[in-house]
Design a protein around this ligand. Sequence first.
Ligand SMILES: *Cc1c(COP(=O)(O)O)cnc(C)c1O
Length: 363
Amino acid sequence: MTSQPASASPAIPDLPGVRPAVQAVPAYPFTPIDAPIKLDQNESAYDFPAELKALAADRMVGQLWNRYPDLHAEGLRARVAAFEDWDEAGVVITPGSNVLIKILTELGGIGQTVLTVRPTFSVYTLEAQLLGANLVEVPLNTDFSLPVEGLKAALRANPPGVLYITQPHAPTGFLDAEAAVREVVEAADGWVVVLDEAYHQYSGTDYRDLVRAGENRLSLRTFSKAWGLAGVRLGYALSSPRLAAHLRKLVSAFNVGVLAQVALEVALEHPGYVAERAAEVRRERERVYAALQGHPVWTALPSQANFYLLRTPDADAAYRHLRSCGIVVRRQDKLPMLGGCLRVAVGSPAENDAFIEAARAFR
Ligand SMILES: *Cc1c(COP(=O)(O)O)cnc(C)c1O
C-alpha cells in the first residue's frame, strides 16, 4: 500500500434522500494500513492473555447462541459495577464507547449544543455534525491545557447540551491539573458533562469522585485500550441512575452479544494483567521519550497516555520514512495546533526499539 493521505477521505457523491448534515460529513478519517509494527490506533501492543482467551472460548461454547442476550447486558452491568465500586443502576454498557458518544449526542446534543475543545477526539465532532447539533469548539491553550476561561464563557454563551472533557486528552496526551477540570465541570450546571477517561489507567487518574458529586456527570470508559480488548468492542458509562436511565432509552435493545459478554466476564475475573501492562506502557513511554530527547529535528511532546505526539518539520517525510521501516503511525498534522505532528502509540519493548532505531536513522 502507498502512503496514507493526511486525513482526507474521498468525497462521497450526494444521494437524494440523505440528510444534508450526513452528506456534508466526510467518512471517519481512518485508512487501515498493513505494517509489521502498528502504532496508529493507540491499541494495546498485547493481545488478551492466551489462557484467558481459552477460558472465554470454553465459556462461549456453553452459551445459547439461538437466544437473545440480556436486554441491556444486565449481568455484565452488575460485574462492571462491582469492579468500579459504582451503583449498578448508573452503569450503561455498549459495544465500544464510541456508541455511547453517539447516544450522548442524541440525548443532549441534537437541537442543543455539543461543547468541546479543539483539537479534540474526532468522534465527538463527527457525531455532532452527523446529528445536526450546534457544535462549539474552544481552542486549547498553546501548552495543550484546558482553556478554562474559554470553556466557562462558552458554557454561559450557548444553550446547554453535552460538554466533553478528555483526561488524559486525545490526541495530545496532555493531562490537566485536577483543579482546572473541576472548575470547568462545576461551571457546567444544566449541561450533561462527559469525562472521557479512555486512557486513565496510563495516567493513574480517576474522576469517579467528581462524577459521583453531580447527577449530570458521566465518566466514559472503554475496554479497548488498557484492557487489550479493542476487537471485542465494549465500553461503558458510569453516571447517576437518573442520567443512566435516560441514556439507556437510546441504547438499542440486546446491544451486547453473548460472546462479547462472556469475554468480558473472564477479563473482569482476572483484571491483574491490566495494571501490569499499564505500568509497562508508562516505563516504555518514558524510555522512548528519553531516547528521542537527543533527536536532531523531531520532538516528542510529553504525554500521560499510551501514545504521544511527535513534532517534525515535515510530517509527510517523517511518516514515509517510518513506513519504509515497517512502522505505521497516525498523521495529525492537519489538525489545528498540531502542524508537523504524528501520533505514535507506545508499543511492546521490541516495537519501541525498532521505532527508536527508525527515528534515529532519519535525517
Ligand atoms: C480510543 C478512544 C475511545 C474508545 O473508543 P471505543 O469505541 O470504546 O473503542 C474513547 N475515547 C477516546 C478519546 C479514545 O481515544
